[in-house]
Design a protein around this ligand. Structure first.
Ligand SMILES: [Zn+2]
Length: 206
């Protein structure tokens, strides 16, 4: 089963990780994982611009290496970027030394564009305590709302409805600028932005 809302227990077990922000302001933090890639990432950028929305992109180092021009466009559009490892590693299946090495390789790629490694999101949300400790100088950004856009079992309409239902002021929501998610994303993202914009929300980078 896909959990759209992060269980409170997870937030309680890992209090050092960031799950959501304070909810005094009507702000939603959009995040996009796994890019940058052709077609999908440029489409996301265009859509965000239409709604004057800023977001945070957790980039896979390998994709930054392959598509520097898309990455450059992304940072020039005023969005924030974070590290998502170089090879999209699963922390639960990777030892801590290897994991850190891959993190640093991604950081090296980001630094070529003068981006530092302030923000990190573990692929699949899977990170061990030891790995998290090694990265304690960074902000590890999780989420409180998972759109489920990557799931081929979910219809676009369901992805949209659940994303709207679980989002609150201060929410950090996960989308993906990946080919797998594109069909769901194309339906969901503009409608999601429209819904919350009409309710007076703004969308900011972390
Ligand atoms: Zn990912």
């Amino acid at each position: 089963m896909l959990l759209h809302k992060t269980p409170i227990i997870a937030q309680w077990l890992y209090p050092d990780l960031v799950w959501k922000r304070s909810s005094e302001e009507k702000v939603i933090y959009l995040t996009f994982d796994d890019g940058p890639i052709p077609v999908v990432t440029p489409w996301v950028l265009k859509t965000l611009e239409e709604f004057n929305a800023k977001a945070t992109f957790f980039c896979v180092g390998e994709n930054v290496f392959k598509h520097p021009e898309i990455f450059r466009e992304l940072i020039q559009s005023g969005h924030a970027v974070g590290n998502h490892t170089y090879h999209h590693l699963n922390g639960w299946e990777t030892d801590a030394t290897e994991y850190l090495k891959d993190f640093l390789k991604c950081e090296e790629e980001l630094r070529k564009f003068n981006q530092h490694g302030r923000l990190f999101r573990p692929p699949y949300g899977k990170i061990t305590r030891k790995q998290a400790k090694q990265l304690s100088s960074r902000q590890i950004i999780m989420w409180d709302v998972l759109s489920g856009d990557f799931s081929d079992k979910l219809k676009p309409k369901t992805v949209l409805e659940k994303s709207i239902r679980y989002s609150r002021a201060g929410s950090i929501i996960v989308f993906h600028d990946s080919l797998k998610a594109f069909e769901n994303l194309q339906f969901t993202l503009p409608r999601y932005l429209e819904h919350f914009q009409s309710k007076g929300f703004t969308f900011k980078a972390l």
